[in-house]
Design a protein around this ligand. Structure first.
Ligand code: DWN
Ligand code: ZN
Length: 423
């Protein structure tokens, strides 16, 4: 255990050791640690999920850092090909092309590029691309589809090497991976080593403000070391000669921000979005302890509500299953202490998860095809960040009397006929 987990004492952004202890969600196995039923471990290691906030730069983080190779060398999460995500990735291409003035032949480098879906869209419009992702199994898939991907953790060495081999990058992109990075300074050293003088760094992260306001406690798990606001990212970028020039908010993953940063001396003007969000964060109290403590109180209340609701339904002999087995779902089920007695199975489209058991709860994960023969009375919608898309495609289930429980921000039941929220 000791060499796999380390305690975070000094802030990874500003270096201070002055923390607000926000709350603990207990100790749980890793969110993507799906188990092979034919080869169950005697004991499943569990690690604390303790939430802390730096009192200097307001970075929200978890206290215990799991070694990145344990989390990411073999990865079961594959970028979703849902309509919502595909539309979002196309929007990212537009946003980045316009702001960075991307032309055909110019270089785009993506960190955490997964199976290369995002980079393939830049390739379509003529950019040269390089992905860097530590997940060897996913980098293999990306390379097989013609998206050059280095199966490595991105850092200063990789930035320098790509620069030497491919020249300057007009865009360095990191979608939904910055929260997963421990040594953020090494990564930004890599980004600035390859970035063109007038290039842009674009970082997409779940937005701390949405997480707090929408009680998204289930997105707090070991892969997510940090939870960022624009204020904290501004601190971080300034230490690397970068300044935030624009920010877009996006609905993906429960509410995210896409932050664009340019070199200090470059001509990129700062857009009004930056000050608008910095002041919104001040107005929302992100610079005081109360906002985080109030979130913790709400989160534990919602955890109780979800657990009580599902246990009550199961107790009345109704069947409940999980819709999706996302990392946030395996986390929610563990925090709510729900097991196979309450949640019969989870159905998920990711073939890497089929036939496996969810970490901690050991609830079986099935394919949607298998699930179709055992429709439950209630689906607990664990992939709630795709609720609109999933509910519109599952109208038959609703028409046949099936019901959805959307757990976040508070549990509410969705039926074919709208009913009031659970008190
Ligand atoms: O930060 C992270 C984000 C980018 O992705 C990672 N740490 C891990 C992962 O988080 P997640 O697993 O919570 O991500 P998603 O995208 O919310 O996962 C959705 C899950 O739901 C996938 O396993 C696929 C599944 N799904 C499904 O079964 N039917 C999704 C849709 C849209 C569906 O219709
Ligand atoms: Zn700090």
């Amino acid at each position: 255990m000791q060499d796999i987990v380390r305690r975070l004492d000094t802030c990874r952004v500003c270096g201070r050791d002055d923390w607000l202890e926000v709350t603990s969600f207990g100790s749980v196995p890793l969110a993507n640690g799906f188990l092979d039923p034919a080869d169950l471990p005697a004991e499943e290691p569990a690690y604390p999920v303790d939430v802390i906030v730096c009192r200097n730069c307001r970075l929200m983080a978890i206290r215990h850092v799991i070694r990145p190779d344990v989390l990411f060398r073999h990865y079961v999460y594959v970028t979703s090909e849902s309509d919502q995500m595909t539309a979002h990735m196309r929007r990212i291409v537009g946003w980045c092309t316009r702001r960075a003035g991307l032309a055909p032949g110019e270089l785009v480098v993506e960190l955490g590029s997964n199976v290369g879906l995002q980079l393939a869209l830049f390739q379509e419009q003529g950019q040269r691309v390089v992905g860097v992702d530590p997940a060897e199994n996913l980098a293999e898939i990306a390379n097989a589809r013609g998206v050059r991907t280095l199966p490595e953790f991105f850092g200063a060495d990789q930035g320098r090497r790509i620069h030497a081999e491919q020249g300057e990058a007009k865009l360095v992109l990191g979608r939904q991976c910055f929260a997963h990075i421990d040594d953020v300074h090494n990564v930004l050293d890599g980004a600035t080593a390859v970035l063109a003088p007038d290039g842009l760094v674009a970082i997409e992260v779940p937005y701390l403000l949405d997480l707090l306001e929408e009680n998204q406690f289930d997105t707090i798990y070991h892969e997510h070391l940090s939870y960022y606001s624009v204020t904290t990212l501004a601190h971080l970028f300034a230490r690397h000669g970068l300044r935030i020039v624009d920010v877009e908010r996006a609905a993906v993953h429960g509410g995210s921000i896409v932050v664009f940063a340019a070199r200090e001396g470059s001509a990129h003007p700062a857009r009004p979005s930056v000050n608008r969000l910095l002041s919104l964060e001040r107005q929302s109290g992100l610079d005081s302890d109360d906002a985080y403590l109030a979130f913790a109180e709400r989160a534990h209340q919602v955890i109780r509500q979800i657990g009580d609701l599902v246990r009550d339904l199961a107790g009345r002999g109704l069947t409940v299953a999980g819709y999706g087995a996302p990392s946030k779902g395996t986390t929610l089920l563990q925090f709510c202490e729900l097991g196979p007695a309450e949640v019969r199975f989870c159905s998920d489209t990711t073939s890497l998860k089929h036939g496996r058991l969810l970490p901690g709860t050991r609830i079986p994960c099935r394919s949607p095809e298998q699930a179709r023969d055992q429709q439950p009375d209630y689906y607990l919608l664990l992939a709630w960040n795709y609720a609109d898309e999933i509910i519109s495609k599952e109208q038959d289930f609703l028409r046949r009397g099936g019901k959805f429980i959307i757990p976040i921000p508070q549990p509410r039941v969705v039926t074919a006929e709208p009913v009031p929220a659970v008190a």
